[in-house]
Design a protein around this ligand. Structure first.
Ligand code: UN1
Length: 507
């Protein structure tokens, strides 16, 4: 397996990207094991507080220069980064698959998301539009402008170890910010690979040292970012527990945060659904990335009259799933990220049984020699009730809950009756049902789809969700505005000094 990529033999150090490395004084390491085969694939030094401070100081200095580079020129540099990711798509996609455990197809798909957001950001770099307004005063002009914020901190999760960084970083950069990235301590190597991939572009364009920074570590490093007033925006992806801690710390210093947290995504399948579309969408949504996307389909809510049919079809689709090494493209489902995640899966299975849930497709661990990492589990389906605590909770594993309904409004009510609000979908060919689902009385999620599943969102839309999902929006649409500060300008080009609201003030 080591022959796939030339993996580093010495522990790797974090720092800024273009040569000036900050050598960590700690001898501790973060060890990255592949869940595919259990092998140790890298040892990375965690950043010390001193490393962190030097990185942030370098980023601050870089910002004073970078904010003056014209936005389209910043876009041109991001365009070149996109070219690099095209060049290294297979290598990076393979490393994502090997370090994180998602299928090679999905690893490559993740790199494709980086390439796509680079393209999007290049166009955006010429469209950082402000509005102009008509002033109520004569010979006055009003407008708004968007300026860069400063340092954008990025905390990313193991499940999308590179794409989510790029949604934030590429947009942040064209907006004139500098970035400090703290990847998950479960997937440090893919992050270091991204830094390496863009280094040549940064060097060739004389980009100041510190525009792209990487720190490594666990929650302590995340806390440094959250409490640091030098971090103008902290964009964090991960669990609701982590997000709550980040939001509280950032709010206490009146900073800005952008949160993309847990989901508990449902698909409503009505009696008017085309099941030939619905079944593959549900299966991919539930077992893709071994159920470890925040957009993973966790619940399906099925109309009574087709419930037994859907149940049967899903059971037979699951029987065809092949589980195995994610680098082997003949398998549909790879491992969970680590054995702790396997414990989470087992605890959820126990909780389902205790609540009285019936398994339509049985859970289990795979223990043959090919699964020696101990991270492979069987995707399962349980008949459940929406209000059970385990159903209300996001378990990052391929467990699908089967729920039923009689009237559409009850299905929508069940879909919304969870603390999270990320993604949702309805399968129906009936216009009234589809439009009701998308209306103000329909789904309360940030993403609501018709006749496609809950995961696999394109980068062109704003990505994020409501309630405990955190409310942030990343990636496309006008998500760039979160990475800039808005400034309203009023200019008096006349020879008098009229006041607004008709106030007179004579001297
Ligand atoms: C995530 O799981 O954190 O919609 C992001 C999707 C991907 C992104 C998921 N484009 O499944």
């Amino acid at each position: 397996m080591q022959t796939i990529l030339p993996l580093p033999t010495q522990p790797v150090k974090p720092g800024t990207s273009t040569g000036q490395q900050f050598w960590s004084s700690t001898e501790k390491t973060i060890d990255s094991y592949s869940p595919a085969d259990g092998q140790l694939i890298a040892r990375v030094h965690p950043s010390t507080r001193a490393d962190y401070d030097r990185v942030v100081e370098t980023a601050q200095a870089a910002f004073t220069e970078w904010r003056q580079v014209p936005a389209p020129r910043r876009g041109e540099i991001v365009r070149q980064m996109g070219e690099q990711f095209r060049r290294y798509k297979r290598e990076l996609g393979t490393l994502v698959s090997y370090e994180m455990g998602k299928s090679l197809q999905e690893g490559l798909g993740e790199v494709q998301e980086i390439i796509d957001i680079c393209d999007f950001a290049v166009g955006q770099s010429r469209q950082l539009y402000g509005l102009s307004m008509h002033s109520e005063r004569p010979a006055h002009r009003m407008l708004e402008q968007w300026h860069p914020l400063g340092i954008v901190g990025i905390i990313s999760a193991f499940n999308f170890p590179v794409a989510v960084w790029s949604w934030n970083a590429m947009i942040a950069w064209v907006c004139g910010n500098v970035c400090v990235w703290k990847p998950s301590e479960k997937t440090p190597l893919t992050a270091l690979a991204c830094q390496q991939i863009i280094t040549e572009v940064l060097r060739n364009n004389d980009v100041p040292e510190g525009v792209s920074c990487l720190i490594t570590g666990g929650h302590t490093a995340g806390e440094w970012l959250a409490h640091d007033p030098r971090i103008a925006l902290l964009s964090a992806t991960g669990s609701t527990r982590m997000g709550r801690a980040v939001a509280t710390a950032v709010a206490s210093r009146l900073g800005k945060s952008l949160l993309e947290l847990g989901g508990n995504n449902a698909i409503i399948v009505t009696e008017h659904a085309d099941l030939d579309l619905a079944i593959p969408a549900i299966v991919f949504g539930a077992v893709g990335t071994a159920g470890q996307r925040c957009t993973t389909t966790r619940r399906i809510i099925v109309q009574d009259s087709i419930y037994d049919d859907v149940k049967k079809r899903l059971a037979s689709a699951y029987a065809q799933l092949r589980i195995g090494n994610p680098l082997d493209e003949s398998f549909h489902v790879g491992p969970l990220i680590d054995t702790d995640a396997v414990k989470g899966y087992q605890q959820a299975v126990d909780a389902i049984r205790q609540a009285g849930g019936q398994f339509v497709v049985e859970p289990g661990l795979l223990d043959e020699p090919a699964f020696a990492s101990g991270c492979y589990v069987k995707p399962c389906i349980a008949e459940a009730e929406n209000n059970w605590p385990i159903v209300q909770h996001e378990t990052f594993a391929p467990i699908l809950y089967l729920l039923r309904y009689t009237h559409l409004d009850d299905a929508i009510a069940q879909q919304n009756a969870v603390p999270q609000g990320l993604s949702s979908a309805i399968f129906t060919l009936n216009l009234r049902e589809a439009e009701r689902f998308l209306s103000a009385v329909g789904s309360d999620c940030g993403i609501a789809n018709v006749n496609i599943g809950t995961s696999g969102a394109e980068i062109g839309g704003a990505f994020g969700g409501e309630k405990e999902t955190g409310g942030g929006r990343e990636s496309g649409s006008d998500a760039w505005k979160a990475y800039m500060r808005r400034q309203t300008n009023t200019i008096n080009y006349g020879a008098t000094m009229p006041l607004a609201q008709g106030i007179t003030f004579e001297l």
